[in-house]
Design a protein around this ligand. Structure first.
Ligand code: ATP
Length: 247
């Protein structure tokens, strides 16, 4: 296993957002995290990476925190920061070599190789603020390559990305999977999930289904996820165990 969740509840200011989640993220698995807007997907990821401590229950990590790479939603990334493509990618090496060691010839080659893998060679000196959305997402994936983490957590990596870039990024995800890494990605495009992700966690504040994609993403489960998400009271203090009745 890479992660085990034991009756985990996550939330903000004591208001639960994700309820009583139990299960395992198998080592080397490739999982899609699916759920309606506000289902708790980003909250779940913040719990995985340790930005958010569970209100109750336990997340057991069989990997070191430094061996977890996290790609937040693109809206959470500040692109006004005055840094160029090369230096932004180079930050991916910091968790392994430290920020102060400087970049030697071997590291430079590694960074160029990672940029090349995502079609960004030649962009090294460009400020990140001048990149298109798709180029920025390619850069974020280059940095993930350099992080060389075992567990890779991707929050909506294909948002506002064209088909060509999506195909390149999907290929990179398959390469990570083939290398034996554990990958989990929040996605809204169900045809993409069915085509490329063997396992799915369907979340709507609680687990609706978690297992093989074909058995998780049934019409009945998707309808249950919609109902559950709509019925959820964001301001509830207590941990509601009740399930809304089928409409
Ligand atoms: N920083 C925060 N402080 C307070 N509440 C939050 C915070 N972030 C999220 N929430 C609330 O937690 C609930 C789950 O939100 P979350 O962002 O995890 O959902 P999501 O499934 O990632 O949604 P989307 O698909 O729209 O990105 C929502 O009701 C949201 O308002």
């Amino acid at each position: 296993m890479t992660l085990t969740f034991r009756d985990v509840t996550l939330g903000y200011d004591r208001h639960p957002a994700v309820h009583h989640l139990s299960g395992n993220l198998r080592r080397g698995s490739l999982t899609a995290l699916v759920g309606p807007n506000g289902a708790g997907k980003s909250t779940f990821f913040r719990g995985i990476v340790g930005f958010l401590q569970p209100l109750s229950g336990k997340i057991e990590r069989m990997v070191d925190r430094r061996d977890i790479a996290y790609l937040p939603q693109v809206t959470e990334i500040d692109r006004s920061f005055p840094v160029n493509v090369f230096d932004f990618a180079a930050a991916g090496l910091w968790s392994k070599i430290g920020a102060l060691r400087g970049i030697d010839a071997a590291s430079r080659t590694q960074i160029e190789t990672a940029l090349d893998a995502l079609g960004l060679l030649g962009f090294e000196r460009k400020p990140i603020g001048t990149l298109s959305g798709g180029q920025m997402q390619r850069l974020l994936f280059s940095r993930l390559i350099l992080q060389d983490a075992h567990l890779i957590v991707l929050d909506e990596p294909f948002n506002a990305i064209d088909e060509r870039t999506t195909a390149d990024l999907v290929a990179r995800i398959h390469a990570w999977h083939d290398e034996g890494r554990t990958v989990i990605a929040a996605l809204h495009d169900l045809s993409l999930v069915r085509a490329h992700f063997p396992e799915t966690l369907l979340l709507a504040r609680r687990t609706i289904a978690w297992g093989p994609t074909e058995t998780s993403l049934t019409e009945a489960n998707l309808a249950a996820a919609r109902r559950m998400s709509e019925a959820f009271d964001d301001h509830a203090d207590a941990c509601a165990h009740t399930t809304p009745s089928a409409a």
